[in-house]
Structure formats: C-alpha cells, structure tokens
Write a new protein. Structure first.
Ligand SMILES: *Cc1c(COP(=O)(O)O)cnc(C)c1O
Length: 399
C-alpha cells in the first residue's frame, strides 16, 4: 500500500469529503475511549467462572470436559450434527478440505477476495487455489460469472470436474461469507451439483448469520469456523469443523487428535494425525461466549442500524447492508467508497486512524500475493477494483 503523504499531515486533511466521512463515522460511535478499536471481544457472561473451573480442575490442555460441552452447544446453536473444535480456524479449514478428499494435484475454487487463511489451507493439502471473481455489492463470489467460467473452462470425466487447461481435478469450492454477509448458498449448491464439485463453507466470519433462517456453516459437506480474538465470539484462538456426516465427523476428531487409537496406556496411531485439538481452557472461554451470542448479535444489529442510518444521507460511500432473505451477524461493518474516490483510500486510513477511529482496508487480493501470483484464476477485474474501495469501520459492542 502506498503510504506516501502529500497534501496532508498525519492529523489533518485538506479534503472536506474525508472530514465529512470521519464525522459521519464518529456520529455512530458511542462517546468513550480515545481510540475506538476495530473490534474488541465482548466478555460479559460466565467466562471468568468457567475458566476458573477449568483452572481449578487442572485439566487445561488436551483432556477435559469443556471441549465436549462446547462442541455440543455449538452443534445445537448452528443446527449441525457434529462439531469438532480445533486450535484455530485455519486448522479447521485444512482438515475440512482433507476430509472431502482434497490432495496434491487438485485445484480448489475460492474467492481471491478473502483472508489468506483460506488459500493457505488449500496449499496445506498440496492443492492449488483457483481464484474466483466477486460481486461488487455484498462481496461474495459472483456465481453468474463462475457458472459461465466453469462451463467454458472445465470438462467432466466421470464424476470429476477437470480444469481443461491444467488437466487437474477441481475438487471443491470454498465459499466465504465476507464480513458476515451470507452468500447465495443455494446458488452455490446448484453449481456444485451441476459440475460435480464439493461445497465447503469458510464460515469463519459468519457465526450467527442466517440464510433463509438457517445458520451459515451448516450448508457445505464439511465447513469451518473461527474463534480468533477478533471474531464474533472468541476462544482466544480456536476454530471448529462442522458437518452432518457421521463418518467424516469421526475422522475429523481422530486426525485432529494425533490419530491416536483409544487405549488406557499404549500409544498407537494408525495414520499421520495433527495436534489440532482445541485446548480445554479455550473451550471453557467458548462456552461462556456462546451463552452471550444472542445478546451480542442484538447489539451488533443495533450498531449496524446506526451506520445504515448515518450513511443513508452520505454521498460518496455505501454501507453494506445484509443481503435479501438473510440475516447478517454484521461482524465487521463496512463501506464501499465510490470508484472516483478510490485514490483517497490511503488518506482516509491515515486520517481516521490518526484521529482515534480504527479503520482497515480489505485484504490484498490473494492473486496479488507473491506465493499465489501463478495460481489459475478467472478474470478478477471486480476484485482488483474493490480492493481500493473498501473500508472496515469500528464494530465492537463491548459493554
Ligand atoms: C479468521 C478467518 C479464518 C481463520 O482464522 P484463524 O485465525 O485461523 O482462526 C479463515 N478464513 C477467514 C475468511 C477468516 O476471516
């Protein structure tokens, strides 16, 4: 990102539109701290209690009942049959992909506009990310363009979808609900069925978001979620694998716990496993957090409502509201700046951050990162344009 300054100093701007934008954001935020963070976890319930219970029990690490309890509560909340808690969301995504059979030489479709973890998880399986275009309103995958692209660039060999150009199988598509706004998941399922591709949700940002009254994270064959400190609820660090498939759930538990065969004292392992299990102390925090979900979502919705109102009158940027038929968790509140103002992004970031309001740009698109620059991809004009026009706004509801 270009951080050179020209006509403005750190704390001032001569641009009246930027000042107006700043005032519009400020109006929404409660008066309080000198620096308004982008996101701060909301710790308002039994978190301290459960962590104390965990510490008192001595079972803080890889054994203990909080993990089972957290998995059960989460499965109930999301409405999936099985949850396997993991050390973080990236690990959950890695195992989700592995379970549906992604391996070396395969390609996995995914948006270029995502956090790097989505692409990294694909490479952990030895597979290649294959980047897909986004739509410019809610920032999810552009399924119209994707379908067209797959029709022209793939062929079917038996049950398998093959990239015509590379000859590699396209095993899966990872959809990502950007900033908590659900993608058109039914359209995604149709495309997957039509082309013989497995659906995986990277629902890291979308816990509590609903598509037609069903929770994100429950649509794909195996899905992943994250409980990092900046997510809607946190376990410190953590994630979860979600599935309705009994056999895949068993495998998920097995390979995230070093593939150890159950025995009172002998150490036997029947395959290469991973030490990806969520520690018990993190799960204790998670149980407390999950109990507060409804309250947090309500407050998030109120905050987003205030942004909607403030930006309704504002010229030059649009607030991203939830898609029709969906309920967003409004994880990160976001505006899209008009195209003719995209050159101001760096100045906006400097001015807001230097004046006590934390804002952030969207991630650098994956295909522009050095390690993924050679990866197969669609035309990504929309992504490249959007990358300079997105601003995340303070989104905490910490009480
Ligand atoms: C947070 C996040 C992840 C995974 O995060 P961890 O930090 O590994 O828990 C994956 N994908 C997306 C889109 C995310 O935002």
């Amino acid at each position: 990102m270009d951080t050179t300054k020209n006509c403005f100093s750190d704390f001032e701007t001569s641009n009246s539109w930027i000042k107006e934008l700043f005032e519009t954001i400020k109006k929404v935020l409660p008066k309080g701290p000198d620096i308004v963070p982008l996101y701060k976890p909301t710790i308002i319930g039994n978190e301290w209690n459960y962590i104390k219970q965990c510490l008192d029990s001595g079972w803080v690490s890889s054994v203990g009942s909080f993990v089972d309890h957290f998995e059960k509560d989460l499965a109930e909340y999301i409405g999936v049959k099985h949850v396997v808690a993991t050390v973080n969301g990236t690990a959950a995504l890695h195992i989700a992909l592995k379970l549906i059979g992604v391996k070396a030489g395969d390609e996995v479709l995914m948006p270029s506009l995502t956090f790097v973890a989505t692409a990294n998880a694909v490479t952990y399986c030895g597979a290649q990310p294959h980047f897909v275009e986004s739509e410019p309103v809610k920032l999810g995958i552009d399924f119209e363009k994707l379908e067209e692209y797959l029709r022209s660039n793939t062929l079917r060999k038996g049950q398998i979808c093959i990239n015509k150009h590379s000859g590699s199988p396209i095993k899966a598509i990872i959809v990502m609900h950007t900033f908590g706004h659900p993608v058109d998941i039914l359209r995604a399922s149709e495309i997957c069925d039509q082309f013989g591709i497995a659906l995986v949700e990277d629902a890291a940002e979308a816990l509590g978001s609903l598509h037609n009254n069903r929770c994100c994270g429950g649509f794909g064959k195996v899905n992943a979620i994250s409980f990092n400190g900046n997510k809607i609820i946190t376990t410190g660090g953590g994630g979860a694998i979600l599935t309705n498939d009994d056999e895949l759930a068993n495998q998920a538990k097995h390979i995230t716990t070093t593939a150890k065969l159950s025995h009172p004292y002998f150490y036997n392992h029947d395959t290469i496993g991973y030490n990806y299990r969520m520690p018990n102390i993190n799960a204790a925090l998670g149980i407390g957090q999950l109990e507060q979900m409804a309250k947090v979502l309500l407050e998030k919705r109120k905050l987003a409502g205030r942004y909607v109102e403030a930006f309704a009158q504002f010229e030059g940027a649009n607030f991203i509201d939830e898609p029709e038929g969906c309920k967003s968790n409004y994880w990160l509140n976001t505006i899209i700046i008009d195209d003719n103002k995209s050159k101001l992004l760096t100045q906006i970031l400097e001015f807001t951050n230097n004046n006590g309001i934390m804002t952030r740009p969207i991630w650098t698109p994956m295909h522009q990162l050095p390690m993924f620059s050679e990866a197969p991809r669609m035309n990504l004009n929309v992504v490249e344009n959007l990358a300079h026009r997105i601003l995340n706004l303070p989104s905490s509801v910490a009480f």
